[in-house]
Ligand binder design. Structure first.
Ligand SMILES: Nc1ncnc2c1ncn2[C@@H]1O[C@H](COP(=O)(O)OP(=O)(O)OP(=O)(O)O)[C@@H](O)[C@H]1O
Ligand SMILES: [Mg+2]
Length: 151
């Protein structure tokens, strides 16, 4: 586990996302958890910037999924409104995103439908604008890559 990493502003959250982009590989799954407005979408926006995605990332809440073209393709999913894990499985997003990075907001809800190896990122709202971010590699996800994030 790495963290909690303090993140004091929205800009810092995007900047953390840009650093995460430097350690991801094709096939990586990022599971984003944290309450409403914690900063999950902002973190994905930072990842997208560093992957060279040239449009602004917005919340995919109503569309469920968006795929962006960057240095690596970035698939951004928000499962908040999905009724069931089965519905998630039916979308076959893990397969569709395998050539790039898959970032799932509220991912904990569909954990059982995902492969064992992934990076879980938890964002906790501390006070006002302060967030703390914790990284946990699950399964065989190579946590050594995380060392570069905090240096
Ligand atoms: N330190 C911070 N890091 C991230 N966001 C912050 C921070 N401080 C304040 N904010 C604000 O919190 C909000 C985060 O919004 P964002 O859409 O990224 O959250 P979210 O976790 O994706 O929410 P949702 O659950 O609705 O998808 C923004 O309005 C942002 O300006
Ligand atoms: Mg969001």
């Amino acid at each position: 586990m790495i963290g909690p990493v303090p993140v004091a502003t929205p800009d810092e959250m995007e900047s953390l996302g840009r650093r995460i982009a430097t350690i991801v590989d094709p096939g990586d799954i990022l599971l984003l958890n944290g309450s409403l407005g914690a900063g999950k979408t902002l973190l994905v926006s930072g990842i997208a910037q560093a992957l060279g995605v040239d449009v602004q990332v917005t919340s995919p809440t109503f569309l469920v999924v968006r795929k962006y073209e960057g240095v690596l393709p970035l698939t951004h999913v928000d499962v908040y409104r999905l009724a069931s894990t089965a519905e998630f499985t039916d979308l076959e997003l893990v397969e569709a995103a395998a050539d790039g990075v898959l970032a799932i907001e509220w991912g904990g809800a569909v954990r059982s439908a995902l492969p064992p190896d992934l990076l879980a990122i938890d964002i906790k709202v501390e006070e006002r604008d302060l967030r703390s971010v914790t990284f946990r590699g699950e399964g065989e996800w190579d946590v050594r890559r995380l060392a570069e994030l905090t240096t």
